[in-house]
Design a binder for this molecule. Structure first.
Ligand SMILES: Nc1ncnc2c1ncn2[C@@H]1O[C@H](COP(=O)(O)OP(=O)(O)O)[C@@H](O)[C@H]1O
Ligand SMILES: [Mg+2]
Length: 285
């Protein structure tokens, strides 16, 4: 199980869009995926069109017991192989600005519990269990409080999402610092996967300038594939559909970027200590 957080300390830059795009790419490539919706606005849960559940991520953070976890996870209407740990406004009560280590570690413990359960099912201890989650995508809120820190404490990799605007450099720098800090504090395995520039318009001088600036400062950390500004992204989200199934040229452009991102996620995986079922990675292009 590989855990990837979609991070930016700014609202509206595309964290949820990237979480959804990555989850859709993983589903398309047959990788069983869980989206953890840590944002109290629960936009990912809405776009993934999840039915009612008796618990939410807020309850998991109260008490990461297996029964609570099971009650908080539901299938997405996007189809087979994609589940959601549902978001809720109540998660805000877990967004303490100065959380202690036990609070920050709760999501990590919950996901480790799920992973152990998955390992049992692979070992044949539970015949009824579905395949293990290959990927967990955590959609973060925009602030650097307990919720975002919980995501970073649980994640192997963080995608730093930004738009190509004047404040991009300082925003990415702060997100990068948050990753470094959490790695030192609680999660030595955490690494930035890269900076994904979103909402890029072609032939826009300001965007070109900002992209060049980001590449100069963050070098190879800036992902080569930028996500274009395409109304298909909003349309697919509004229709609660994965962009991968929204058949327009703009949607196909965005899907390609998410497939590349998924490839990078899978290539970045650490070797596992316990054997897992082999799953074919997507084609590199
Ligand atoms: N590449 C894009 N092209 C067009 N619209 C986009 C794109 N990325 C994000 N949006 C839209 O911008 C809004 C904010 O994006 P969202 O992913 O919710 O940001 P965040 O999660 O960081 O707050 C949403 O309405 C989303 O559909
Ligand atoms: Mg969001």
């Amino acid at each position: 199980m590989q855990v990837v957080a979609s991070l930016s300390l700014k609202g509206g830059v595309g964290k949820t869009t990237v979480a959804l795009g990555l989850a859709g790419a993983a589903q398309q490539h047959g990788l069983r995926t869980l989206v953890v919706d840590l944002d109290p606005q629960a936009n990912a849960t809405i776009a993934l069109d999840v039915g009612p559940t008796s618990a939410t991520v807020a309850d998991v953070l109260d008490e990461p017991r297996l029964s609570v976890l099971r009650a908080a996870i539901a299938p997405s209407a996007w189809g087979e192989g994609l589940d959601v740990m549902v978001g809720a406004e109540q998660a805000e009560r877990h967004n303490h600005p100065e959380p202690g280590p036990a609070q920050v570690g709760r999501l990590r413990r919950a996901l480790q519990r799920l992973d152990r359960l998955d390992a049992d099912s692979v070992d044949g201890l539970d015949d009824e269990a579905p395949d293990p989650y290959r990927l967990v995508v955590v959609d973060c809120p925009p602030s650097l409080g307990q919720l975002t820190r919980s995501a970073l404490a649980a994640a192997d990799r963080a995608v730093l999402v930004t738009d190509p605007t004047m404040f991009a450099v300082s925003g990415v720098q702060r997100a990068f610092d948050a990753v470094q800090t959490e790695r030192q504090r609680s999660n030595p395995d955490l690494q930035p996967l890269g900076v994904l520039i979103n909402r890029v318009r072609p032939r826009n001088a300001e965007h070109d300038f900002r992209i060049a600036e980001l590449r100069e400062l963050f070098g190879p950390l800036v992902l080569p594939g930028v996500l274009p500004d395409r109304s298909a992204i909003q349309q697919a989200q509004g229709a609660c559909m994965p962009i991968q199934r929204w058949d327009t040229p703009g949607a196909r452009e965005a899907s390609t970027v998410f497939t590349l991102l998924l490839g990078r996620v899978l290539r970045s995986e650490r070797p596992r200590r316990t054997p897992r079922v082999a799953t074919a990675p997507p084609a590199p292009n």
